[in-house]
Structures are given as C-alpha cells and as structure tokens.
Design a protein around this ligand. Sequence first.
Ligand code: FPP
Length: 250
Amino acid sequence: MIKKFIKQKQQINNQDNELSIPEHIAIIMDGNGRWAKNRKMPRIKGHYEGMQTVKKITRKASDLGVKYLTLYAFSTENWSRPEDEVKYLMKLPVDFLKTFLPELIEKNVKVTTIGFTEALPKHTKNAIEEAIEKTKHNTGLNLVFALNYGGRAEILNAVKELYHEVEEGNLTIDDLCEDNIKKYLFTSDIPDPELLIRTSGEERLSNFLIWQSSYSEFIFTKTLWPDFDEQSLIDCLKIYQSRQRRFGGL
Ligand code: FPP
C-alpha cells in the first residue's frame, strides 16, 4: 500500500517536475450554477459537483507541494441568494468534511478559514471547528476556506482595529503602515497569493483578497468550476510559469 502510494507520488512528480509551484494559490470557484443549468439540473447539483472538484484540486495541490490553497466558498454578498441555495451552501462544508476529513488528515492537510465565520449557522461552524481542531498540528498543505468573506469588510475591520489601538495608546499614527494593516487582516499569517485563478469566464475579483492580490498573477479560465480538474490546474500553472513577475521593477 505504502509502496503503491510512493510510486504514484513519483509519477506525479515526474510528470509535473518542470513546473514552478506557487506557495499560495487562491481560487474563485465560479460557474456551478451555469454547469447545472446547461444540464437542466437544479443549481444545487452544480454546487454538489463543485464540492467534488474541491476534493480533486485539494489532492492535486497537496501532491504538488502547494503550501496554501485558498478557496472562495461563500462571500458576504452570497447571503442575497435564494434561501434554499444559501441553506445548501451552508450544508456543503458539513458534507465535505464528513466524507473528506479522514483523507485530509491522512494527507497532512491543515484546514483553516478566513472570513466572518461567527455569523455562520451552528452546524456549519461546528463542522469547520472540528476540522480545524483535528488538523491543527498538520504541516502539509494549508486548505483555507473563505467563508462569509468580503475583502472590503476585511479591510474596514482592520482599520477599526488599528484605530482602537491608536485610541488605547498602543500605536501612534506613525505606526500605521502596510505591515500593520496586514497584521489585522484574516490573512495575517498567510503569504499573499502568487496566483489567483477564476473559473467560468468571468474576469473580476468580486471582493476576494483585494488587498492581498495586489501583485498576484490572474488567470481567468472559461472552464466552469465543476469541470475544472487536475489537468486544468496544471494548465494554469504552465501559464503562470510563462509569466515574469516584476513587482513594479524592470
Ligand atoms: C459560484 O458559482 C460558487 C459559489 C458561490 C459557491 C462555491 C462553492 C463550492 C464550489 C463548493 C464549496 C465546497 C465546500 C467544501 C465549502 P455560481 O453559483 O455563482 O455559478 P454561476 O455564476 O454559474 O451561477
């Protein structure tokens, strides 16, 4: 069994060893609804298939040695969707972890979240807290779910916290700098993503990691999220590799 696993891993490494792997990949998983509509299925079927894609891409990212994979699972704006859909989306992390947590543990994956998770329903919070607790000592891939996440609200929150520190006399106005803002973001201990992928052909950020993606490479693929697979990720990595990152320099 172990031999088989090592052999599989070597094959993956051999096949992909030409790739430069970003430390942090962030993904806007878009197109579940259209995937379902194309098949005359209810939208939630698209989200269900989207969850299966999360499993595939998590496995692949872990095998490739990616250190952080941040997935936009629910935005602060998604509450405005029909009640049934919101309910289903809130159940997805529960179903995902029920079926996938043992494999995440086996693969040394650490689960964390960013976002205003306090506002999530109890069953969603419980499932996530259990996954965070059971994987907290893992040292492999960090699987970060953005849940009830919004970039503007995150920055506003950081500004309020900093204001409070100034009021308390712990900081002065001269201490306000980019590094201090980063300290109060949900991603304070996560490096900025080198690569941000959005599926489904839409080409916008939709309030996702707007501070953190200042220097990210963006890849917009037409593939709908349920159709995005291991090869799609490799294709994105090849595009990423072909770009030169200059950070404003020459
Ligand atoms: C956007 O597609 C997708 C979402 C708002 C939900 C994303 C959630 C998943 C992919 C499953 C997450 C799984 C876990 C484990 C949390 P859309 O519905 O806006 O698609 P459309 O633009 O085609 O309508």
